[in-house]
Design a protein around this ligand. Structure first.
Ligand code: NZQ
Ligand code: ZN
Length: 387
């Protein structure tokens, strides 16, 4: 087992009554909040009103319109509002995009320069406004990590920023809030969670404990995503997905493992940067192709382990057969919940593939450390196979 440090400073508050704790959780942080949200789902559902009602005595300054794949322009505008209004903290009400934007805004508030600098150079992140997250969609795990992903349309870059002080102070997670998430985003969120687990599970060194965490989360998603897609009001399914979201990206699943460069995420962020696709849908296409690219004699036992422990394959079928079958089970799972099999279905062409591969090489973690090392030609091979 490798040495590791697990740092999870966020108070994770789950349950239908979680908003009752919002006021006491924010009490020590001031009396004026930026309330950040997206395109209006939280207005329509009445959640925004419930959040404000749960903050008596706090002056709320609204900032609406954070886009899926949040843009740096929105971050810049929100930083200005925070400064003009001298807010004390941020309440981010939404999915990963709103929560991610809140992290860039929180750090941008104290940075004397353009917030995009913080994305390009994490060492410039200093103090940050306290963040309180009210989660509405099970997917990214942004409610329980210190990272955010921001898009710069002008440069066609989608990059992450991260720092220990960008973890939310507290995250409020009521799975019933996610019953209004449409089937497409429910499925995309499930694919995102699966990918987060794969990115940590498929590395050269793992251990029985981390593998067990990963497989438990995967089984929960494979079991419950079809239920939530079929019946949006299935609260047990929504609860399992939300819990899987929170633990999918926080580092717990990788304890003691060798590090991973998260190859599918590196490639998918490029697709989103150029084509503004839904993150989880892009991952659903890329992931099976990455698996096929990665499968070889050395990696087959782990793919077979996935097949046996998550998809219920018979170990007697042997490693090679089960490894191949596990990859097809993964592809079928994504398709069964309504996600695309090809980039063409997402209206992605091969026009920017060369630039994407170049960006992955330039900005992402070294893919030479992937489960099967990937070079620039390998990224292109995976992209072309995904078309
Ligand atoms: O904008 P509104 O109107 O709120 O609608 C949103 C949006 O259109 C809707 N939605 C959210 N909650 C809802 C709801 N609709 C009805 N009822 C609800 N309860 O869903 C749509 C998608 O929302 P978004 O926040 O974009 O989805 P998601 O949570 O999947 O976030 C995706 C973003 O997170 C980044 C992705 O790259 C992408 O930009 N990621 C962040 C990570 C992190 N912080 O660690 C890791 C991930 O790997 C990922 O890269
Ligand atoms: Zn993701």
């Amino acid at each position: 087992m490798r040495s590791f440090e697990l740092f999870l400073p966020t108070r994770l508050i789950y349950g239908a009554d979680c908003l009752e704790k919002l006021s006491s959780a924010t009490a020590a942080y001031g009396r004026k909040a930026l309330v950040l949200y997206g395109g209006g789902s939280v207005v329509r559902s009445g959640l925004l009103d419930r959040v404000k009602a749960a903050l008596p005595g706090v002056e709320c300054v609204d900032f609406a319109g954070i886009e899926p794949n949040p843009r740096i322009e929105s971050v810049r505008r929100a930083v200005k509002v925070c400064r003009d209004e001298s807010v004390d903290f941020i309440v981010a009400v939404g999915g990963g995009s709103v929560l991610d934007a809140s992290k860039a805004i929180a750090a941008g508030f104290y940075y004397d320069g353009d917030a995009w600098d913080l994305v390009l150079d994490h060492s410039k992140i200093g103090r940050a406004l306290p963040i309180f997250a009210v989660l509405t969609l099970a997917a990214t795990g942004s409610e329980y990590d210190g990272a955010g992903v921001i898009t710069n349309e002008a440069t066609q870059e989608k990059l992450h920023l991260g720092a220990p002080n960008l973890f939310p102070v507290a995250s409020f997670c009521d799975p019933s809030v996610s019953t209004t998430v449409p089937a497409w985003h429910t499925a995309a969120g499930a694919a995102d969670i699966v990918s987060h687990v794969f990115e940590q599970y498929f590395v050269s060194e793992t251990n029985e404990v981390s593998d067990g965490f990963c497989e438990a989360v995967l089984r929960a998603v494979v079991h419950n995503a079809p239920k939530a897609v079929a019946d949006p009001n299935d609260l047990d399914a929504r609860s399992a997905l939300m819990l899987a979201s929170s633990f999918g990206c926080c580092g717990l699943l990788a304890v003691g493992n060798s590090p991973s460069p998260w190859p599918c995420h590196g490639i998918e962020h490029e697709i989103s940067a150029f084509h503004d696709v839904t993150h989880g849908a892009g991952l659903a296409v890329i992931t099976p192709h990455w698996m096929r690219y990665t499968l070889n004699a050395e990696t087959a036992p782990k793919f077979a382990q996935l097949g046996v422990n998550v998809f219920g394959l018979d170990p007697k079928a042997g490693v090679e057969a089960n490894a191949r079958k596990a990859i097809e089970c993964t592809a079928e799972f994504f398709a069964s919940i309504g996600l695309p099999r090809t980039l063409a279905e997402l209206k992605v062409t091969d026009e920017h593939f060369e630039e994407m591969a170049e960006h992955v090489e330039k900005f992402w973690y070294p893919l030479a450390n992937a489960f099967r090392p990937i070079d620039r030609a390998g990224v292109l091979e995976i992209l072309r196979a995904s078309l």
